[in-house]
Design a protein around this ligand. Structure first.
Ligand code: HEC
Ligand code: HEC
Length: 368
């Protein structure tokens, strides 16, 4: 670089902060999502929310920010993209002050896929984990299926990010510019470049803001229309009769036929004698059936309750329960008070929620 090269600011502070916070956020969210276990869900969700906010802010900055970050300055015409691609394959450097055409395609792709990751994450959180403001709105099945899409889109995002790094390094080598450094100090050499004057568009931004607000309002209304299904609390009658030898299991953990098989088989109960008075027995039967798995929309109700059978009316006999607990050592079950003391490891067992964050990681996590 010769001394009289003029450097000008291309990336404003917001663009740079957005860029590096996104890098950090995506790494943190992927790490907590793929590598770490359930108790980290809180951090994962917090980082996801931060990324969502960043994305929204960047979106509006694309209309009202400074020159080179404006969407209207992105060279996205097919001709420009084709030329840039040809230049690259012929190792023919061409200087762009703002985003290159392929770089612009990359920015748009990264932002779009990131939005898909955020939206599917919200669906999983509300539908499968029954948490967050949309917990009562998104059905379990949608949340369950969104999970696969959430992982897939994240993998796509990481692949795109890797491609982006390769692209930046290639472009840096070809044009002999330090592009990563430019994303830190914001400056690029101005020599030979034609400054691009893009137009700010407050009108567009206002329009998008209006649309977003309208969508948010509609979602909020929807959330008000479908409040989260209140969790059934255990009656004292139930706890007294069914909570002395093992946990009083939440009614959503077995199907109605399974409960009928259990209560119908009293007073003989897994080799024990359990004999409530006959009026209390019918009350128990009615209450358990009324709140059985069929009536709930939590993950345990779907995965355990609906899978329970009349032949083996057991929570612990269902494939889901077995898979989730197979890695836990005998000693840890012992410390908790046995496998049927769900509350020994799940702080929220009596609500039937079994949220990931409520698992006592000290006593239960395998290998710790
Ligand atoms: C006197 C003690 C006792 C009482 C009271 C009792 N149970 Fe049980 N329960 C047992 C035993 C013992 C088992 C079998 C445990 C095992 O196999 O490890 C069992 C198992 C169960 C299971 C299967 C658990 C699983 O997934 O393996 C269910 C469901 C159940 N009981 C429901 C009830 C209900 C409903 C009541 C109240 C009407 C009740 N229990 C009252 C002793 C009791
Ligand atoms: C010794 C501790 C312990 C006991 C006792 C225990 N669990 Fe768990 N449970 C765990 C751990 C640890 C996990 C997380 C496993 C994983 O994700 O790899 C888990 C996972 C679960 C999940 C899935 C949660 C999710 O979203 O991933 C459900 C549902 C569940 N347990 C229900 C029960 C029920 C019902 C009982 C009682 C019949 C029970 N557990 C007893 C430790 C325990």
């Amino acid at each position: 670089m010769s001394g009289d090269d003029i450097k000008i600011q291309v990336w404003d502070p917001f663009i740079r902060i957005f860029h590096w916070l996104s890098v950090l956020g995506v790494l943190l969210a992927s790490g907590t999502g793929f590598l770490l276990s359930d108790p980290w869900l809180g951090l994962h969700v917090a980082v996801g929310c931060a990324l969502a906010l960043l994305l929204v802010a960047r979106f509006f900055w694309g209309y009202v920010g400074s020159n080179y970050g404006l969407f209207s300055s992105f060279p996205l015409r097919r001709q420009e993209i084709l030329h840039h691609f040809l230049d690259l394959t012929l190792l023919r450097p061409r200087h762009y002050l703002g985003h290159t055409p392929l770089g612009s395609v990359m920015v748009v792709s990264l932002m779009t896929v990131m939005a898909v990751v955020v939206v599917t994450g919200i669906l999983v959180l509300s539908g499968e984990e029954r948490q967050g403001p949309l917990a009562g709105v998104v059905p379990y099945v949608i949340g369950h299926h969104a999970k696969a899409l959430h992982s897939l889109s994240t993998l796509a995002l990481l692949a795109l990010a890797a491609l982006h790094v390769v692209g930046v390094l290639t472009e840096s080598l070809l044009t002999k510019q330090n592009l990563p450094k430019a994303m830190i100090d914001g400056k690029k050499e101005a020599a030979f470049h034609i400054p691009y004057a893009a137009r700010r568009s407050w009108g567009q931004a206002a329009k998008r803001l209006g649309q977003t607000a309208l969508l948010g309002f509609a979602l909020a209304l929807l959330a008000l229309l479908f409040p989260p299904s209140p969790t059934v609390t255990l009656t004292s009658n139930y706890v007294r009769h069914c909570g002395s030898c093992h946990d009083p299991f939440h009614p959503s953990l077995l199907s109605s036929p399974a409960w009928q098989a259990i209560v119908g088989n009293l007073p003989l109960h897994f080799g024990k004698r359990v004999a409530p008075a006959s009026d209390e027995l019918s009350e128990l039967m009615g209450w358990l059936s009324a709140h059985a798995a069929e009536t709930a929309s939590t993950e345990p109700a779907f995965a355990i309750g609906s899978a329970s059978t009349l032949e083996a009316p057991r929570i612990t006999a269902t494939p889901f329960w077995r898979t989730k607990h197979q890695a836990i050592e005998e000693a840890k079950f012992f410390a908790a008070g046995g496998p049927l003391r769900c509350s020994g490891c799940h702080a929220d067992a009596s609500s039937g929620t079994f949220a990931d964050q409520a698992i006592d990681s000290r006593s239960a996590r395998p290998g710790k």
